[in-house]
Write a protein that binds this ligand. Sequence first.
Ligand code: ATP
Ligand code: MG
Length: 258
Amino acid sequence: MARIVAVANQKGGVGKTTTAVNLAASVAASEHRVLLVDFDPQGNASSSVGYTKDRIELSIYDALIGDVAMQDCIRPTEITTLFVVPATMDLVGAELELIGSENRETYLKNALATVADNYDYIIIDCPPSLGMLTLNALVAAEGVVVPMQAEYFALEGLGALCNTIDRVRDAYNPGLHLEGILFTMYDPRTNLAGQVKGEVESHLPNMVYETLIPRNVRLSESPSHGKPVLLYDFRCAGSKSYLKLAQEFVDRATAAAA
Ligand code: ATP
Ligand code: MG
């Protein structure tokens, strides 16, 4: 049975997709079977592993709303143990269609349940909102990884997200918990970065990943080549940081499961 993790933060552009893609690829590189679920209509996670719009036949929308089996929407990637369910703009429609239906929060959970036995980890890339799609991801998941930038207003956003996690846990998903907070595009030279990190650490002890993701141009270039950073430039600081994160992530998940 896979461990299902959502990568979420309602703030845009904080590194959710970069983290979902490169964490998935780095965990897969250590021979775990990983399914990356693109759950954002922008489809950035899909194109980051080579599935641009023109290459997507079936998407997560078909598994959610259509009569298509989840299994049939899964595609291979260049990494043999990494698979992806792509997303397209159709997913915007799913958000509206779900609002009118019964058990609207459990669609993704039910779809993933049909394939979960085939993977060690399922990593869901969420859109930048706390709407119906993110709700579905939080109901399907066990853990939430929160990428954030070390900026002043990031703290307020984190509070709102933690409240949402608490509410989803109480109403729908008793096992849901915060898996970890990841600082992205981190610049250790600024005082603010250190201050924000310190504050988050004191509010949420043991939650901040020791691994810090630096700003690294390779990480921003690799999506346009349709590759996780590992396959684009194995030696760059971005690759190294996500490989280190993968180790920490797997260690934490293994400890939690024991
Ligand atoms: P959205 O909310 O729109 O889904 P997001 O939270 O998924 O955004 P990303 O798309 O991962 O964020 O990152 C936003 C931008 O920052 C992208 O152009 C990405 O390439 C770049 N980026 C992310 N992380 C890094 C990094 N560590 N170093 C350099 N650039 C980065
Ligand atoms: Mg994104």
